[in-house]
Design a protein around this ligand. Sequence first.
Ligand code: HEM
Ligand code: HEM
Length: 179
Amino acid sequence: MLKNTIDSYGLIARLFHWIIFLMVIGVIMGGDIAADMPAGPGKAVILGLHKSFGFTILVLVVLRLLWRLTNPRPRDLGASRFQNKLGHAMHFFLYILLLSQPTIGILMSQAFGHPVYPFDLFEVPTFVNENIRLGKILLEIHETLWIVLAISVGIHAAAALKHHFIEKNRTLMRMIRGK
Ligand code: HEM
Ligand code: HEM
């Protein structure tokens, strides 16, 4: 089934979740590799891919949120109301991070005077003019926020595994198989 029901995640929601998961891992690895490389053609290729996939994550997250708004949300399976609330808060926080990290990346590149061309297909509209001071501040944030994202994903994944192996409920399988 493509759409969610009150009991299951549909195929589209699951594809969004796992494709964005794989892309976030790849983009973090690419960003770290690029940051450690000396300036040159190799770094330009890796950074180009980092920016292109990072931009794609932003587009996918916006589409995912639109899809979420037009779908039922599967019912909570947590052991208590508090646990469910904690889960919602973490999902909300993850969405904020998934939107802000690539947005800051784009604004940072533009502030450093580097327009963003995802996969060399088109230019992302310019939101900020060249401003190296602003670029440096945004770089600091970009270099910090991914660590917050990685830690949050770690906690989120640990919670999913706890549901599966300790509480033995369908939370994880619902995101893998749907039901
Ligand atoms: C979810 C999306 C993104 C994640 C998780 C992410 C993550 C990262 C990470 C981990 C680094 C390395 C930081 C370090 O070593 O301290 C990095 C660097 C960087 N990112 Fe991103 N990024 C994302 C999106 C973007 C986007 C959309 C752009 C621009 C269009 C961008 C531009 C850059 C630039 C210019 C660097 C600096 C590389 C260097 O130091 O030379 N990022 N990013
Ligand atoms: C980059 C990594 C990840 C991100 C950004 C992420 C993000 C999210 C978000 C935003 C939701 C809420 C979905 C919604 O209702 O709109 C969610 C749900 C879920 N995620 Fe992840 N996730 C990641 C990795 C993982 C991993 C590695 C696992 C498993 C080990 C996992 C398991 C789940 C499960 C089971 C749910 C459903 C929770 C429920 O029904 O209450 N996620 N994830």
